[in-house]
Design a protein. Sequence first.
Lengths: 297, 297
Amino acid sequence: MELNVNTLKINSKKVCDKIEFFIKEKVKELNRQGIVIGLSGGIDSAVVAYLVVNAVGNKNVLALLMPERDSSPDSIKDAKLVAKNLGIETKVIDLKKPLASLGVYNTITAKFLKKGFVVRGLYKGFEKISGNPFYKGLEGTENKYLAQGNAFYKIKHRLRMITLYYYSEQKNYLVAGCCNKTEFLTGFFVKYGDSAADIMPINQLYKTQVRQIADYLKVPEKIIKKAPSPDLIPGIVDEFVLGIDYERLDIILYGLENKMSFKEIAKQLNVTEKKVKYFNEIIKKSKHMRELPYEPN
Amino acid sequence: MELNVNTLKINSKKVCDKIEFFIKEKVKELNRQGIVIGLSGGIDSAVVAYLVVNAVGNKNVLALLMPERDSSPDSIKDAKLVAKNLGIETKVIDLKKPLASLGVYNTITAKFLKKGFVVRGLYKGFEKISGNPFYKGLEGTENKYLAQGNAFYKIKHRLRMITLYYYSEQKNYLVAGCCNKTEFLTGFFVKYGDSAADIMPINQLYKTQVRQIADYLKVPEKIIKKAPSPDLIPGIVDEFVLGIDYERLDIILYGLENKMSFKEIAKQLNVTEKKVKYFNEIIKKSKHMRELPYEPN
């Protein structure tokens, strides 16, 4: 199999039609009146917003904007731009107070994690001494500060999730999640946080495929072009954590999914075999995050 | 097949041994140092506490007690009794403030849902006019007050879940959930609330089987005997909502699971066929709550 720039090309119209049909069906099947979505200002939630509006109409979509202490001010601006273009109702729910009352900003780690350049320095330093923090976060870590850092950003995603459900249930709406396949396979999401929703419209599309349909759906260029970021810890953007650009990562994942050898993938993409193996390990370590809770059998 | 008092009898020692082995294995497999559990004061979380302590030792278990405005004062007393008997560390995290800052106590519905007898009256009244509120809650409802009531109690369970994760991640512990099979099949749990955990030790035991192993594990009699309640809305206890006692419900579910006809189950248990059909519907309506988010395929 040859891996190149065309490997992950999709027919955007066909894909969007299918997803929109799926959304419409699920709203009907589960007896709901519309859809709640969290708009982060990023490309994934923007794409899902366009898809749900196409599926059920802009009058039946509510978008929540949920900033907290560490959110970038640009995020809310970009989220509002999406909502305005689509003509959907928005509510801004500031999560700073509930997070503060849960003590989330009080740990030593939380006090440090405020400035981007400091955070990146800590991350790189930690990587040298104890291994990649993202990887360590997936497999469990005894390092107190890293564990605190994990808890610190994960509760933010989870609080967003429960806020989405709180509003969705009041309106008898569904919650649409915004995970994509790249995040899903690499565990680059929060278990019971952004991965928790009633429907997950773009979970079968790699990040680079989400970009393709973003173009087709006419998502504002500004949003398509900006560096993807979970917007939970200043300075921490996706490609910094993952250690590779999405173009190559997606093809590595595709190669692994299609049972190509590490060697073959590495050769074709001109990356080290070690890199390919690393992502294969990441897929394994994050397996429990993609499954229902374990039970004895 | 004959349904009688022996139908769901289990060998408690064998079952507990298996569950404890499972717990130990998962802690090792996921590279964690212990287990976090939420103690409600009820039998399910008490049983799980005994099992996890047997599996990993009381020094490696943290119990969170998470009261809020509407919790019964007895709950915390009973939870503390369990923790004391087992010698496990507890933390009391009051969720009133975060819930208040999310606006949860502000809706009209929330203001009404304070007194048990008022709540039961509203529930029964609603049942007459619009159908069973629990059932309506499963299938989605356009009734504003019922929808508000749903949102009101569900966010409490979800906030407990994210609090458990917040502490588990700081200590590199697993979260053990306390759902049982009766709750799981009937949707008598909160999606991404109490059903969200890393491991679910008693999810394959019916409520009446949980009672059997509670005896075996020597859970305090006071806790085994008290009426099961989600403790989220005053006056709302399990059997009031489900409309039947657990002894018969478990056997109905067992009969349905084993593909017995509605008629046969009804006859053997001396309940109406309508009742059996109702629980069969409940199983279907709650299906989405037992699955991963839906995706287009």
